[in-house]
Design a protein around this ligand. Structure first.
Ligand code: AMP
Length: 196
């Protein structure tokens, strides 16, 4: 059973594998750890790239995996089999909203533009006090360091507060990310979901 009250974790990550086996290993490690912690995985339902790796690792290690995909991507992202739940939404907005609603926390693995979009969206919702769910950036071997530098620059130049920047917690390994998650408590106050 999980130590914290967090039951469902959403993972944002690439629909590609990236260069080098290490990204695949990282995604696999995280998927297994989510299952070992007794948590559910919420993700974008694809079988390709790191998305597929994390989902299969979590599923095979016994987690319930909840996939949420918009109908226009159903074929492109090749829906993963063996999901505990599969939801097909009408569009990307519904998908991202449902992924948010079904999750108590977010972990960001290496990924591309879609991953960036999802990460900044969830951060800006937190910045606007629409939710208080933890957001953990897995900065594997400095992959996300340019993003962290960008956010630091935004703060330095006066376009966001330190508090805004600290909405993003940073881990360097899957183990560290899970430790941060286990120390977090699920928020009991409802999110201002209708404002998203
Ligand atoms: P990527 O990081 O670009 O490989 O995409 C990872 C996930 O984000 C995939 O499930 C994509 O469907 C999704 N995605 C791609 N583009 C966007 C976008 N513009 N807005 C939100 N999500 C996206």
């Amino acid at each position: 059973m999980p130590n914290s009250s967090i039951k469902s974790v959403c993972v944002y990550c690439g629909s590609r594998m990236g260069k080098g086996k290490e990204y695949e290993n990282l995604a696999h490690d995280l998927g297994e750890r989510i299952a070992d912690a007794g948590m559910n995985l919420v993700y974008g339902a694809g079988s390709i790239g790191l998305m597929g790796v994390v989902a299969r690792a979590a599923r095979d290690a016994g987690a319930d995996v909840i996939g949420i995909i918009p109908e226009h991507l159903d074929a492109v992202e090749i829906t993963q089999d063996g999901l505990a739940e599969l939801h097909v939404t009408r569009n990307m907005h519904e998908r991202k909203k449902m992924m948010f609603d079904r999750s108590d926390a977010f972990i960001v693995l290496p990924g591309g533009l879609g991953t960036l979009d999802e990460t900044f969206e969830i951060m800006t919702w937190a910045q606007l006090s629409l939710h208080k769910k933890p957001i953990i950036l897995l900065n594997h071997k400095g992959y996300w360091s340019p993003l962290l530098e960008l956010v630091e620059n935004v703060v330095r130049e006066g376009f966001a507060s330190e508090a805004n920047a600290s909405l993003l917690q940073v881990a360097e390994t899957a183990e560290e990310a899970m430790d941060l998650l286990k120390q977090s408590e699920a928020q009991t106050e409802p999110s201002n979901s209708e404002l998203m």
